[in-house]
Design a protein around this ligand. Structure first.
Ligand code: ASP
Length: 329
């Protein structure tokens, strides 16, 4: 595991790298971008003075898992204990939203925690890594953001981790809904625009994640076959990315009814905007019916965030009531 660091002093912001495009470079025009130590020379530039750097991993997003986040959470808490004023995590944008949201639920924070990445690799024309990293460091130094929850910094905007999504495959790839940027970086300073209530913390004592929830997307003309195998090969929890306000076909509903007797089943909406409904439709598989059979509405959390939260709560030992209370809008 690569691990290079610039010597630390007490008041320096800590930059901790997991990997992603921000730490990738194309060796030649044909073979595409691959992991590379491009952050070390960048951070040696005078513009980035006053930071320590830890290259914890150099993984693409698709290889980052919950156990890496447990390791990262411990490193971040150690840095805060050492007196670090704020933390920047750099990671791949494909799963940046899961990384940031998991840190929000896992890490005891005594300063800002800012997660950033890049849409264009280090030697691409118009590489966005430098401005994103510099903006993230400025945010990590801002004491006013200490209680703001974990924030995602892209394009000089700071999004709340709980609502951040990668919404484009290229270019300006990030948004947060329903709450937009809570702060911006303007002329090297932070302008705070909104505050959100804090989310609960679920510290994990285990060395690894033992309960990973499954995630299935509801489909048009869904016969429930994708869910049936879960009756024979149980999972500790299930998130369904359901239709509309949180609805599934009658066939899916019948499998969910059986599953909900033994595991938490969380229903999120695939629409991308608005809370799951709970008092609108009484047909089989409608929101009222799904609550009646014991499923939990994900509220404003999308399915990816719901799976992160459910996995963390299951591993932290939370029961059905605590899980339902977390998702209650
Ligand atoms: N595929 C890359 C990754 O997520 C994209 C990025 O980092 O922006 O690792």
């Amino acid at each position: 595991m690569p691990n290079s660091s610039i010597p630390s002093t007490r008041q320096q912001v800590a930059v901790i790298a997991l990997g992603g495009t921000i730490a990738m470079r194309a060796v030649d025009p044909h073979s595409g971008a691959v992991p590379d130590d491009s952050l070390t020379p960048l951070l040696e530039d005078a513009a980035f003075s006053g930071v320590t750097f830890t290259r914890l991993h150099d993984l693409p997003s698709c290889e980052i898992g919950f156990d890496h986040l447990l390791e990262l959470a411990r490193v971040i808490e150690d840095r805060f204990r050492e007196g670090c004023p704020g933390i920047v995590v750099t990671t791949g944008t494909d799963t940046l939203e899961e990384v940031a949201f998991a840190l929000e639920l896992l890490v005891r924070r005594s300063g800002p925690v800012i997660v950033t990445g890049a849409m264009r690799y280090a030697n691409a024309i118009g590489a966005d890594g430098p401005v994103n990293l510099l903006s993230a460091i400025i945010a990590a130094r801002e004491p006013a953001l200490t209680g703001a929850g974990v924030l995602v910094c892209m394009n000089e905007e700071l999004y709340p981790a709980r609502y951040t999504r990668k919404t484009a495959t290229h270019g300006h790839g990030f948004q947060s809904v329903p709450v937009g940027p809570v702060a911006r970086v303007i002329e090297g300073r932070i302008l705070v625009q909104a505050e959100l209530p804090p989310l609960p913390l679920f510290p994990i004592a285990h060395a690894a994640f033992v309960h990973k929830a499954a995630l299935i997307c509801a489909a048009f003309d869904d016969d429930g076959a994708a869910y049936e195998h879960l009756l024979h090969r149980p999972v500790p929890g299930l998130v369904v990315e359901a239709l509309g306000g949180g609805h599934v076909s009658g066939a899916v509903r019948d499998v969910l009814e059986k599953l909900a007797q033994s595991i938490p089943v969380v229903i999120a909406s695939r629409t991308g905007y608005g809370p799951t409904l709970s008092a609108s439709y009484g047909y089989r598989g409608g929101d009222i019916d799904l609550r009646r059979i014991g499923t939990i509405g994900a509220g404003l959390f999308d399915a990816r965030k719901a799976r992160v939260a459910l996995t963390i709560m299951l591993t932290a030992g939370c029961g059905h009531e605590e899980i339902a209370a977390f998702f209650a809008p």
